[in-house]
Design a protein around this ligand. Sequence first.
Ligand code: KG4
Ligand code: ZN
Length: 356
Amino acid sequence: MTILGIETSCDETSAAVIEGEKRRVFLKSNVIATSLSIHAQTGGVIPENAAREQIKHILPVVSQALSDAKTDVSQLDAVAVTYGPGLIGSLLVGVETAKTISYVFNKPIIPVNHMIGHIYANFVSENSKLDARRYALDAQIEFPAIALVVSGGHTDLLLMKGHGDFELLGGTRDDAAGEAFDKIGRLLGLPYPAGPEIEKRAKKANPKRFRFPRPLIGSADFDFSFSGLKTAVLREVQNLEARHLTLEAETINDLALATQESIIDVLTKKTLKAAEKFGAKSILLSGGVAANQSLRDRFSVLSSLPAGRQGQFSVKLFAPAKSLCTDNAAMIACAGFYNSTLLTWKDITANPELYY
Ligand code: KG4
Ligand code: ZN
């Protein structure tokens, strides 16, 4: 089954072609145009600007994805598109494009929830059929799985019992993990999006200088809260300023590491707790924050501890290629393959408030 995926929920315009066969999905092409540099100038995404950029990029991105995959619209079996959640102006560009392709070329549409799409990045095998590890990916991911989606807008833990079978266990009560990275980065004068910059600076930091709280780390539920962390960093910055200390590069690095450590501790602890409680065989990381190498490394260490150190269970860890953690259409096409509700162009509308 050849599927064209389209993703335009926020500030990335992406189109991808995948080939799905039985229990494997191969990536044929994945084109991403980002308007990040425009949002960096305003310190965050202004929805009108994002929508305007989507309109500019969508057609060139779709044709590039088709030509990179050496295919054309007539050969597609379906078009999978993100229909929510996201910014309405941005979502509409992708949904209307998919509807037009569907109408003109008589192709079915598969509506995809962006958050579920992130999880399915774990099921995408990259191009080379020679890559044995990735080739067998689907076969390796066993259910039940615990999926952690950590993006700019969401921090959610889900129990995945099978394809399309999700139960939300918990989510953030206020800021998402990526949002916390971005807002704290702004406080430290770092460019948007701050996650990658905080990761870079944390590598040069002194780990002993600052320690911030780990919000809700011990709570009985699977919820998260990161707004208090932002306040704690703000207070530390104000303390430094009250002592007439300027935010030197070294101090920013140390604050960056303490921020990252707090977020990593909370995310790993709660995810492993959920994995243990539900007897998960796999943990699936996803979302932009899952591109963070320190987070991946910590998960990798904790999930490979011998049974007994972290409870009586063993669990396999999966994380998508870093390029598939942030928004992309490959994950949308892949989610479409595994959950193909084939609709006609008339039956789909964008839903910015869509949840699970
Ligand atoms: O999934 P994504 O591309 O967009 C949403 O659906 O929100 O996630 C973007 C978020 C941003 O908040 C960004 O700062 C964060 O992911 N991010 C990172 C890293 N790369 C992106 N956070 C920490 N470390 C990274 N390396
Ligand atoms: Zn996303």
